[in-house]
Design a protein around this ligand. Sequence first.
Ligand code: MN3
Length: 253
Amino acid sequence: MAVEVTRREVLMGLGAAAGAAVLGLPGEAGRTLAATLARDGGYDADKGEYVLPPLPYAHDALEAAIDAQTMQLHHGKHHLAYVNGLNAALKKLAEARQSGDFALVQHLSRQVAFHGGGHALHTIFWNNMGPVPGEPTGPLKAALERDFGSVEAFKAHFSAAAAAVEGGGWGILGLCPMSGRLVILQGENQQKLTIWGMTPLLVLDVWEHAYYLRYQNRRGDYIKAWWQVVNWDDVARRLAAATGDEARAGSSS
Ligand code: MN3
């Protein structure tokens, strides 16, 4: 067992270093950022495939905001479809390189972005939530106050952005790599309207499949209830990793 863990950690470390090099990020911060994404468990380096990570809690753990049936369908069916779609598109692109037939390269590239975006955002989304209510504290609270004026102003802005997403999409709090400042974005579908290199810290799925069973057309009610199940410790961890604070603190968990 110990050997398994060690091998997995080594593989994740290699992936993280490669990711940092591709992104062109400064060494320490880049490695930390990539390691955080890898730690969410959306990729199996041994299989060489993207995988559906298990929920970090029971299906009914978020009942204060999201019912168990929605969680079962959303995680087990919708999210799984993005994982499968991403693996399938990458396989077809590998086949295209073998045959030299790139007739479908535009379609398949779009599939990678759509399903890859969906896999990344859902993986973060599950970890962004938990059954224990809380509020932002420490460096996360300070960053929200610095960039939005107050935690309440941040919540109002984020809620409005999520409510106003056109069609299916996401409310997204991210860290802009150019400024080191927090930014709120409206992600459309699974992949549109981002800043390249932006690190998502807190994401809210506002596709109808995320809330329709309990809330029907009342997206605003879903958003209001959702704040009760935000896992602020997870958001703070992502911010620390993205800013390199985690590495400077010597933490590796
Ligand atoms: Mn969804």
